[in-house]
Design a protein around this ligand. Structure first.
Ligand code: ADP
Ligand code: MG
Length: 245
């Protein structure tokens, strides 16, 4: 579905991502794990056009998307969320999803016509799927952190993606919120037959839902494989999973 070959990105001479090759199989759940500062968010930004790699290439469904703009990559079918919540805080929950639907679907020549009722049914259906229907009229800012992250997922889904990239989808959530969010995510991925690539600091979540795990350390992939393979990899245990913490 997605294939990165040797992608690299440095900031002022510091190699945040130092030549990473990663293949994400279609229809599967793949996790990228690694300590803070390993380069996970930078890698995602390189895959979605928010950063342009210094070298290497990215292909999505066989098409070269290296250096393409984020909106173009989104249109091709990659939806994403960010490590830090990225919603319109002053809009209602409904308004956030509606805005995302309009941004993705509306033809340019319709842009300035009235929009209040546009995609109402689609927006409500999406909120229903997210378990946010009863909060449709709430201002996004007033939602719990967990619900704001769910709303972010809804915004990503509004572009009707074939693939989702989620950067720490449960960041800042309580244990209960995390469990609910993962259950929701698993259901949505299965229902829509999405390919999912995500980063996550909670190893319980990772080993529960990922079929493939890639381990980043200091900008490089040090292991890649099934959860069992990664769990037993001596290098991974040394730098990440082990170490007595
Ligand atoms: P992770 O998401 O795994 O915690 P990041 O990709 O956010 O890691 O960061 C990897 C490294 O690159 C860190 O050392 C970080 O400080 C650095 N970095 C990330 N973005 C920038 C930037 N825009 N400018 C300078 N350094 C950056
Ligand atoms: Mg990060």
């Amino acid at each position: 579905m997605l294939e990165a070959k040797g992608i690299a990105k440095s900031f002022n001479g510091f190699a945040a991502v130092g030549g990473v090759s990663l293949a994400v199989p279609a229809g599967g759940v793949t996790a990228v794990i690694g300590p803070n500062g390993a380069g996970k968010s930078t890698l995602f930004n390189l895959l979605t056009g928010h950063l342009v790699p210094d070298s290497g290439s990215v292909a999505f469904q066989g098409r070269d998307i290296t250096g393409a703009a984020p909106h173009a990559i989104c249109r091709m079918g990659i939806g994403r969320s960010f490590q830090h919540t990225n919603i319109f805080k002053k809009l209602t929950v409904f308004g956030n999803v509606q805005a995302a639907l309009i941004a993705h679907r509306r033809k340019a020549h319709q842009f300035w016509t009235r929009s209040e009722g546009l995609y109402r049914d689609e927006a409500l259906a999406l909120l229903e799927a997210l378990g946010l229907a009863d909060k449709a009229d709430a201002v996004a800012d007033s939602l719990s952190h967990g619900n704001q992250k769910q709303l972010e997922l809804g915004i990503a889904l509004a572009s009707d993606p074939a693939m989702l990239l989620l950067d720490e989808p449960t960041a800042g959530m309580s244990a209960t919120e995390t469990r609910e969010a993962i259950r929701l995510l698993e259901r949505i991925v299965a229902d829509r037959q999405l390919t999912l690539l995500f980063t996550e600091h909670d190893m319980e979540v990772v080993f529960q839902i990922a079929q493939k795990i890639a381990v980043l350390h200091q900008g490089r992939l040090i292991a890649e494989g099934t959860p069992a393979e990664v769990r037993n990899d001596p290098e991974v245990r040394r730098v990440y999973l082990g170490g007595g913490h």
